[in-house]
Design a protein around this ligand. Sequence first.
Ligand code: HEM
Length: 487
Amino acid sequence: CLWVRGHRQKKSPPGPFPWPLLGNAMQLGQLPHLTFCKMAQIYGNVFKIKLGARDIVVLNGERTIRQALVKHSAEFAGRPNFSSFKIVSGGKSMAFGSYSDLWKAHKKIAHSTLRAFSTLNTESTRLFEQHVAAEVEDLIQVFLQLSSGGEYFDPYHKFTVAIANVICALCFGKRYSHDDHEFKALVGRNDKFGQTVGAGSLVDVLPWLLSFPNPVRSLYQSFKDLNIEFFDFVKDKVSQHRETYNPEVTRDMSDAFIGIIDHGVGAGEVLGKEYVEGTVTDLLGAGQDTNSTALTWVILLLIKYPQVQKKLQEEIDRVVGLDRMPTSEDRARLPYVQAFIYEVFRFSSFVPLTIPHSTTSDVIIDGFYIPRDTIVFVNQWSVNHDVDKWTNPDQFQPERFLDENGQLNKDLIYGVMIFSVGRRRCIGEQLSMLQLFLFTSILLHQCSFHSDPKEVLTMDCISGLALKPQPYGVSVKARRLATSKTL
Ligand code: HEM
């Protein structure tokens, strides 16, 4: 503890004893968010650990997290100066970049462009919806083929291609086949990304691990390779766009960014040209792993709880009927589908810790002094599984989000934290909510999903920035002959 003028004590957050060299690295376990929940019971919602030589403050619980990220939003808006963060998106990442005036302009441009191509108004929503519906219809054919003869398959890799295709269509006006090996290889290694940049990854806090052969070093090498490969893929597409750019016609988001950044429309002039590639890479990367992981949880929970699946199908059949597909306009009339999606978010909390933050100046939270440039981990899981807030938080119960009239309880859904809050809040929230609604409702309208009776389904996870379920098998059956397309 330090002393300042007027003898007011600057109280440092409590925390476990840090061992020399490693600090508390060996205590994190396979699922650090669960370890942090246990530590919060001992030390309180704000506590300090050490990873290697770095001090890290961990924030838990809704009140404390909102107090920090919303009330003191600028003070908590930094990112740590990790070397892995500098590799992302050719060093021009907004998501992993430090907080500055340039960053504010960058985030504004990325957010407003993404909205303009997805959920800004009726027209953009309609176009976005067409892309999504086409992907789901294609995916259904792939699923049915894989299930022919009663086979079981793991849906995760199929979801990565479908989701990457939606964002590729927005960024480049182009989609890829499920059989395209190059594309599959490009999008199929997302887990290596999340395992390196997720809170609790050791490479940035124990850099000496890179000096001798070990699993952390090989993971880091894969991380570097995949970032370079991904960035080169985007560079190539953006340069084709520059060659054929016509200011009169904005074909897709790459054109929009070229217009704003290269041609200095509005706030774009403060960013250099290479930010076009950086921004497109960010959006392509950020949207993929999260949404395909979400869908992998959706299917797992549908087959784990067949009575929930049946209730969802009953609601969809009653509201949508049999002669058209569900659309975004059905959203408000499908409260159980929405409750199900919120419960998937809350129960799985599949982004349990946000991307690490850092403090941009000295700040006091819950009476504890946190100096500038401290790394901050934000435990979203602790909010979604808080026993004081949720009844039986470890049980999967979509009904918890419905009121006595069967309508969505807005106060309760506000209490689910998965897109973070404050200045670093995710910019893909509206797009993802619509996309997940469309995937879930169209898949359930058209198909039913079945587990392998020989397999015991577990809720065990593979750790990373996004928590993935352990691979599982599903078999898909068509509920009816393909409905005519009405979109
Ligand atoms: C950041 C969650 C989908 C773009 C984040 C963060 C979380 C998150 C937790 C970190 C916030 C923080 O550090 O405090 C999710 C979830 C998604 C999703 C759960 C899907 C269900 C998307 C999509 C896009 C996107 C589809 C874009 C196409 C971003 C960007 C950031 C971000 C650019 C960085 C924001 C910043 O640093 O200011 N997201 N995300 N996300 N997300 Fe998402």
